[in-house]
Design a protein. Structure first.
Length: 131
């Protein structure tokens, strides 16, 4: 059985790399796939995972709050990668001293990106939706 997190890790992390996780059972398979896997759990450790992996828990918490507050539980599976791109853009600029440049940078990126017709961005319910 293929697990999405394991498949993702194999696609984006070089074999032999050290991967630190919070002890998710499915991710423990990484050790058998050529990765060095260190995990932190509430049960098997004297130190809670949020202490050893503070950034992971912070980002996951902020992402959940952002999805609830912005998308109101309405995020579609097909568009989720785009939501994560927006979250990443905002997260990486959260401490910017020039917050006013945020819109300028967004426009700059839009101008340097190829055009994406609507039919490539929206998942049609039927083929007739775009004819």
């Amino acid at each position: 059985m293929e697990l999405p997190l394991v498949t993702f890790a194999q696609r984006v992390v070089a074999p032999g790399s050290l991967i630190k996780t919070d002890g998710a059972i499915e991710l423990r398979r990484l050790a058998k796939l050529g990765y060095e896997h260190k995990y932190y759990t509430q049960l098997g450790s004297t130190v809670p995972a949020h202490i050893d992996l503070p950034a992971v828990h912070r980002v996951a918490s902020l992402l959940k709050r952002w999805m609830i507050g912005t998308m109101h539980y309405g995020a579609s599976r097909e568009q989720f990668a785009y939501y994560l791109d927006e979250f990443t853009f905002r997260f990486n600029r959260r401490t910017s001293k020039s917050r006013g440049l945020l819109f300028y940078r967004l426009l700059q990126q839009a101008a340097h990106t190829d055009a994406h017709p609507l039919k490539t961005l929206v998942i049609p319910k039927t083929d007739a939706d775009f004819t």
